[in-house]
Design a binder for this molecule. Structure first.
Ligand code: HEM
Length: 138
């Protein structure tokens, strides 16, 4: 391998894990979260749908956790000096979402269907807050 090529590849490897170099990457997770969220909105309090709801929760949780590894597109409009803080706040909001999904899962596993509905409503709130803070107004 030529020295030039080796240097180029090393530079690529060094940049890849840096989230600041790569905005985006969360749309796929968000879309899968949306599918699961819609199922839950329709039937989370229905005891006969418990198993399907637990599956939807598992997908919601996995995709929420995975979305912490991406960076919102809005980062492009944030001044360089504030970007690390922006990412930190984004990760904290996602972590709160995952915690809330776990509360929902617990309520459902314990057959507390009305509580499950309330926990899901809280998730709806986090979704609205997250979108107003981390999606750029067009
Ligand atoms: C159950 C909760 C949530 C659902 C169902 C949801 C769903 C979605 C959907 C459908 C999109 C549009 C995806 C596309 O562009 O194709 C989206 C985008 C986005 N969501 Fe969420 N979301 C949720 C919670 C959150 C939270 C808590 C945050 C922030 C902490 C967040 C941050 C974003 C951002 C930043 C985008 C724009 C994509 C980007 O900038 O790369 N979402 N979400």
């Amino acid at each position: 391998m030529s020295r030039k090529l080796a240097c180029f590849l090393m530079a690529l490897l060094a940049l890849a894990p840096n989230p600041l170099c790569r905005a985006g990457g969360i749309e796929g997770n968000m879309e899968r979260m949306n599918k699961a969220y819609k199922i839950l909105k329709k039937q989370v309090a229905d005891p006969s749908k418990k198993e399907a709801n637990l599956e939807a929760i598992s997908s919601l949780k996995k995709n929420a956790a995975d979305s912490a590894g991406g960076v919102p597109e809005k980062i492009e409009s944030i001044p360089q000096a504030d970007r690390a803080k922006f990412i930190e706040q984004y990760k904290a909001a996602i972590s709160e979402l995952v915690g809330q999904i776990e509360k929902l899962e617990k309520a459902l596993r314990e057959d507390r269907f009305q509580d499950a509905q309330k926990e899901l409503d809280e998730i709806g709130k986090l979704k609205r807050e997250g979108h107003s803070a981390f999606i750029e107004e067009k």
